[in-house]
Design a protein around this ligand. Sequence first.
Ligand code: GLN
Length: 205
Amino acid sequence: MAGKPRVGVLALQGDVREHLAVLTALGADARPVRRREELAAVQGLVLPGGESSVIDKLARAFGLFDPIRAAIADGMPMYGTCAGLILLADRIDGAIAGQQTFGGLDARVARNVFGSQTASFETDLDVPALGDPPVHAVFIRAPAVVEWGPDAEPLASLPDGRVVAIEQGALLGTAFHPESTGETRFHQRFLARVHARSGADAPAF
Ligand code: GLN
């Protein structure tokens, strides 16, 4: 890959700035994506935390829904946090009427599974794929993966067995928000995928 990897953060709603800051600090050329042309110019996409039903509606209104589905089908690396994880799931529990997802991740994700709209908590998670130290994870009105297919690989779960980090091919999702705690290893993993897909010899990450 010549120069920095060009990655986007879907910038329709949610914690876009936090993701842009992490990606930029890791050396990527990170830009907000609100239009088809902006999507076409990036090599990977982050779907931020926020409100998945709102992001879904806006993606359709902005003509981005089908292009994002096509990019997923084409193997573009994507990383979704919280609402972003919901948007990557093929099946969701607790959807509002008419709510759709981009899909691609063969999993069922349950929205707002930890209680009311205000339920938030923090915990330290072992993520064997990332090694030490454990990930300090912040959950905000978070979803969890309750079922997944043979090609999806859980990366972390809570003591009760609910999966909160998962990947499948070029897709990575976490139910929590590394972008707001200084945890950069998931973003690095995403950037490594972008890099690998570009076919360059020397990894920059
Ligand atoms: N509860 C939100 C949803 O269903 C997700 C919350 C978040 O992204 N922090 O979309």
